[in-house]
Design a protein around this ligand. Structure first.
Ligand SMILES: [Fe+2]
Length: 266
């Protein structure tokens, strides 16, 4: 009888230990990504703010598409780091130049998905779809995108979602060389690209009333200036809703089926 009780206590301790280890791993992985995001902010707050807005819109579309929690996290990560290749020294001046780009400069900019995938490659063991998604975010549904001219469902689903969110933000947000266009103009552009630039099913979903209303609210929220303690942080958060990683949310436990085994992608 005593042995049975001891075995029960031992098993319970083991389970508690495993859960603690799992949580620690998840937090370490999320903290690593957040560190990289901080590095992007420090180097290029404009790209950091763009990435956060794109992640917000991409998550709305991912949820509407019915993706499970794990897939939503994958979309969020790819959205947050889709343009990490743009902070490469070879591209920085071109990206931030207010003049229109020459052909040669455009060709250089087109290297950013591959540069980004290279930056993220060391994380492949933990997030196997991250580098692939980033590499694919400028592919087009009709096969005329870059860098690999993938077509249709050859393009990872996450990248197809991020592509729409990215385009929406590029159209609606002001750049040094152009003013942002209206919400309606952006939706019209997404609709127009349905079946050519974008996955038609996702494009239709994005412009549908339920999703576009949520996107509009998020975009409005993004335009509210966030207060911050120092100038860099203020600039970074300005026009960017705050994306918080999972590890910060201590109230929300992942459903058991979405929990990730140690060392596996989450
Ligand atoms: Fe990009």
């Amino acid at each position: 009888m005593r042995l049975t009780v001891l075995a029960g206590v031992g098993a319970a301790l083991l389970v508690a230990h495993s859960r603690r280890e799992l949580k620690l791993r998840e937090r370490l992985a999320a903290a690593s990504l957040e560190t990289l995001l901080n590095a992007i902010d420090a180097n290029d707050p404009t790209t950091g703010a763009h990435a956060r807005r794109v992640a917000t819109y991409a998550l709305i579309l991912a949820r509407a598409q019915g993706l499970n929690v794990r897939a939503q996290h994958s979309v969020e990560r790819i959205a947050l780091f889709h343009d990490v290749g743009k902070i490469h020294a070879a591209l920085f001046d071109i990206v931030h130049d207010s003049a229109s780009l020459s052909t040669e400069e455009r060709q250089l900019i087109a290297t950013h998905p591959r540069r980004g995938a290279e930056v993220l490659e060391p994380l492949s063991m933990f997030y196997p779809d991250l580098a692939e998604g980033v590499l694919s975010h400028h592919e087009r549904w009709d096969g005329t995108g870059y860098p690999r001219k993938l077509k249709g469902t050859e393009i990872p689903l996450q990248a197809r979602i991020v592509s729409i969110a990215d385009t929406f933000d590029v159209i609606t947000h002001s750049r040094p060389y152009k003013d942002g266009e209206s919400f309606e103009q952006a939706l019209a552009a997404i609709q127009e690209g349905s079946g050519t630039q974008f996955d038609p099913m996702l494009a239709d979903l994005f412009v549908a009333a339920a999703v576009s209303t949520e996107v509009r609210e998020a975009a409005d929220e993004a335009s509210i200036e966030h207060a911050g303690s120092d100038e860099r942080r203020r600039n970074t958060q300005e026009n960017a809703p705050d994306i918080t990683f999972r590890w910060r949310n201590t109230e929300t436990e992942l459903p058991v089926q979405d929990q990730v085994p140690l060392g596996a992608p989450g």
